[in-house]
Ligand binder design. Structure first.
Ligand SMILES: [Zn+2]
Length: 351
């Protein structure tokens, strides 16, 4: 819809930071939510209105090849593994085309912002930036030191380390110090293949950890007490056979929990699919699960004042779902239906 004029959306609004389903309308002017009310108005569109997703962890770089054989995690994404061999084989333009396709899918499935762990140094960052031209998505690019260079590529938003065991402690310490000097965020994969890299990851005082499927209660208590966020990617964990993250235990400890779709070669960058799995298998709390996929992720990427929930003053980055679709008709709880069964085919409009 055009910016620069008022847009009125009517229906069931998933409102505020506790995501209550409210009957009413919102007005959006110049991209900002200016009004919420409970009366009936002559609206531009009517449906179920909810905030768009934040995909808090993705690797877009491997979008040009899909669905690898079932191999172990190290055979898939470790040094010299399937992913690195495939990346070497693909031409640059194919890799960029793959990223563009994934960005399109993210847009059409309701995502507004994402955090990408970027391999390939400055050249890798340039590929993603080229794919992002004219794409109305907000990106947070987290670079990492390469084999021949210790500096995080310029223009990265933060540092995204594959694992504290993939580099020497000196290299990692230098990269973290560099990131902190620039007030950049630090994220690390940890507790994915095993528990052994959790302690060294925590010692780096990161802003967030990714995966933690192998974490035990003692690890989680440390994460909670240090105020570190966790991003879980359970579909990726299923594919690589490493076990599912203890999301309910993390939630009980009050950890800021978000969700990501991880490597595109493993799972589609569609947050509805990640949300369904979390809600059905890991955390029977629809409100918390929706918050993981929106506001909690926005906090991690530093966008929670602008995005992640519907409230006056925030950006009107919302999606309108068709409550009368074959999938959603008869819903008795709109939030639960969004979290457990809605899909991108239910979306009528994305703002
Ligand atoms: Zn990852």
């Amino acid at each position: 819809m055009p910016e620069g004029r008022e847009v009125l959306l009517q229906g069931t609004i998933i409102y505020g930071e506790d995501f209550r389903a409210e009957k009413g309308y919102i007005a959006i002017r110049d991209g900002i939510i200016t009004e919420f009310g409970r009366e009936h108005v002559e609206a531009d569109l009517e449906g179920i209105i909810c905030p768009r997703f934040i995909n808090a962890h993705i690797h877009l770089g491997d979008s040009a090849f899909k669905d690898p054989p079932f191999l172990s995690l190290s055979e898939l994404v470790g040094p010299g593994g399937y992913k690195s061999r495939m990346l070497e084989r693909k031409a640059r333009e194919m890799l960029i085309e793959g990223i563009k396709r994934s960005l399109h899918l993210m847009l059409s499935s309701g995502t507004i912002a994402f955090a990408d762990f970027r391999e390939g140094g400055a050249a890798g960052v340039a590929m993603l930036q080229e794919a992002l031209v004219d794409m109305p998505l907000l990106s947070r690019i987290l670079g990492r030191p390469g084999p021949s260079q210790t500096r995080i590529p310029e223009s990265c938003w933060g540092l995204g380390i594959s694992s504290s065991r993939d580099h020497s402690p000196e290299t990692i310490a230098a990269a973290v110090a560099q990131a902190r000097q620039k007030s950049q965020a630090v994220g690390i994969h940890a507790g994915e293949a095993g528990r052994d890299d959790i302690h060294s990851a925590l010692a780096l005082q990161p802003d967030f950890l990714v995966h933690m499927n192998r974490a035990e209660d003692a690890d989680l208590r440390q994460v909670a007490s240090r105020g570190i966020s966790v991003v879980v990617c359970p579909r990726s964990n299923l594919m690589t056979g490493v076990g599912l993250p203890p999301v309910a235990a993390m939630a009980r400890l009050g950890i800021n929990l978000a969700a990501g779709t991880d490597n595109v070669m493993l799972s589609s960058p569609d947050m509805f699919e990640e949300m369904h799995l979390i809600a059905n298998a890991l955390l029977h709390d629809d409100r918390q699960v929706f918050k993981m996929c929106t506001l909690n992720g926005a906090k991690i990427v530093g966008l929670d004042r602008r995005l992640g929930s519907i409230r006056e003053g925030k950006e009107g980055r919302v999606m309108v779902l068709d409550g009368n679709s074959d999938n959603l008709w008869g819903s008795t709880d709109p939030l639960s239906s969004i979290v457990r069964r809605a899909s991108r085919s239910d979306i009528m409009a994305i703002l």
